[in-house]
Design a protein around this ligand. Structure first.
Ligand code: PFF
Ligand code: NA
Length: 469
């Protein structure tokens, strides 16, 4: 049965049909593309990882994004309440809303470390502005980064600044906060990106980087398969309800399919561009691509210090990273803020402040995992067996690694799996078809198959592969 549904959410509605694309792209394009993707490609050995990542985006990530968007627009509430009310309308169990609850918490966990890393970018905006890297040696660039991550107070300072930026934008609401900032941030982001692309294309050394990115060595696939899927979720911001929340502010007339394809395409292009810009520099500098999280903060600043106008472009680059991180972080806060506003009927400003403080506190764990708590490790396996926690310099995961692992590899895929199952199996087929405006489209069965079978089975296979490897 097609139920009557609302045309507005209590939180607001995007002023035009383009704003959803702006908001979802803002959410998707972030540290995941510019910082995480290149270093993961390095760690997991190049092209094989990229191939699995792209497959996961098309076959799993995009169907889930589609599902989240249509659920949001149909439900017109925070993800938790959207699933509750849609379940009630479709005769499904209200337990489905737990998936949104897990996702919501996952998004807040992500924000806790995202804010710390975004803080590094802020530090580097200032450093580049002061031309600190002119002619610097590779070793000095490494020390510069180590000095930053070794200083908990400095990290906390930037973490605080970034969290305030994020909370401030969200507190002002869907239209006055989110929408107004995105209208400025996104054009700026693309302008900066184009400038940088031009810069990196004229700096040569393209080939080695390209080969590294696109040389598909299939023997390396099994290693990074869960990592690649986890990153596909992370980079598209799916599995947490952020896209669902943004979908709930989407005007009726916007085409969901086109919007989702646009967002996915831009996100993948930005990641590949970042890789293409970064790896040639890594190789030219004689450095290792497997450097891990520090890749962007050591290799790039060093490279910028070696070339003419490098400091200026370095400044532009880190500004881009900062803006991209900011337009993503706001989307991590939105599901929880919308939910608590609905639930407590308190003001958005109050709710935002409280949640942001909570995330800030958890973020201190990430701050300290680079210095005073570097030896506090979780999930440690050694000769004596397996420990949840141990003090050790080797093995296990730091607090930061643990939260990153828990969210990307477990919470996001599980959340996404539930969302896509809900759209495919609980919601009425006609509702899905109508929401996608595909009543007359012959493509609908293809899309519906992706949502109903391909994406969920894909997630399950990858989970099982990991379990039995
Ligand atoms: N998609 C963002 C990125 O690639 O940096 C990260 C992200 C944003 C993850 C929002 C989750 C989320 F809810
Ligand atoms: Na992304």
């Amino acid at each position: 049965v097609l139920m009557a549904n609302n045309d507005v959410s209590v939180h607001g509605i995007w002023a035009s049909r383009w704003i959803f694309i702006l908001a979802a792209t803002g959410s998707a394009v972030g540290l995941g593309n510019i910082w995480k993707f290149p270093y993961m490609v390095g760690v997991y050995g190049g092209g094989a990882f990229v191939l699995v990542y792209l497959l996961c985006i098309v076959l799993i990530g995009l169907p889930i994004m589609l599902a989240e968007t249509l659920l949001g627009r149909r439900g017109r509430q925070s993800p938790v309440n959207t699933l509750k009310s849609l379940a009630a309308q479709s005769g499904g169990s209200s337990k489905w809303s737990w998936a949104a609850m897990v996702g919501m918490v996952g998004a807040l966990f992500i924000l806790s470390f995202y804010s710390v890393v975004a803080g590094w970018a802020f530090e580097y905006i200032v450093a580049m502005g002061n031309a600190e890297f002119g002619g610097i040696s590779a070793g000095a660039a490494e020390q510069r980064f180590a000095a930053l991550t070794g200083d908990p107070l400095r990290l906390t300072l930037w973490h605080t600044v970034f969290m305030i930026f994020t909370a401030w934008t969200i507190a002002r609401g869907v239209n006055a906060g989110l929408e107004r900032s995105l209208r400025v941030m996104m054009p700026l982001l693309f302008l900066l990106l184009l400038v940088l692309l031009g810069f990196s294309m004229t700096s040569g050394h393209f080939k080695e980087g390209l080969v590294f990115l696109f040389h598909f060595d299939l023997s390396k696939v099994p290693d990074g398969i869960l990592a690649a899927m986890g990153h596909a979720f992370f980079t598209l911001s799916v599995g947490v309800g952020s896209i669902m929340a943004f979908g709930s502010y989407m005007p009726k007339k916007t085409s969901i399919g086109k919007a989702v394809l646009t967002v996915g395409l831009i996100d993948a292009l930005v990641a590949l561009t970042a890789g293409m810009a970064l790896f040639p520099i890594v190789f030219a500098a004689g450095l290792e691509p497997s450097a891990g999280p520090g890749l962007m903060f050591i290799t790039l600043p060093y490279a910028f210090g070696q070339v003419g106008m490098g400091q200026l472009f370095g400044f532009i680059f880190f500004l881009l990273v900062g803006v991209a991180a900011w337009s993503s972080s706001i989307s991590m806060l939105e599901p929880a803020v919308a939910y608590l506003v609905e639930r407590t009927k308190r003001s958005r400003a109050l709710v935002t402040t409280i949640i942001a403080i909570g995330c800030w506190v958890v973020g201190l764990g990430t701050v300290m995992s680079f210095n005073i708590l570097a030896d506090a490790r979780f999930f440690v396996a050694d000769e004596a067996g397996w420990h949840f926690f141990a003090w050790t310099e080797t093995g296990g995961k730091t607090f930061f690694d643990s939260i990153d692992y828990l969210t990307s590899r477990i919470m996001l895929p599980l959340g996404g799996l539930c969302f896509v199952l809900f759209a495919g199996w609980v919601l009425d087929r006609d509702v899905v078809r109508a929401e996608l405006a595909m009543e007359k489209s012959r493509l609908f069965p293809v899309v519906y198959t992706l949502v109903r079978y391909v994406a969920p089975v894909g997630v399950m296979i990858i989970f099982l592969t990991e379990l039995f490897k």
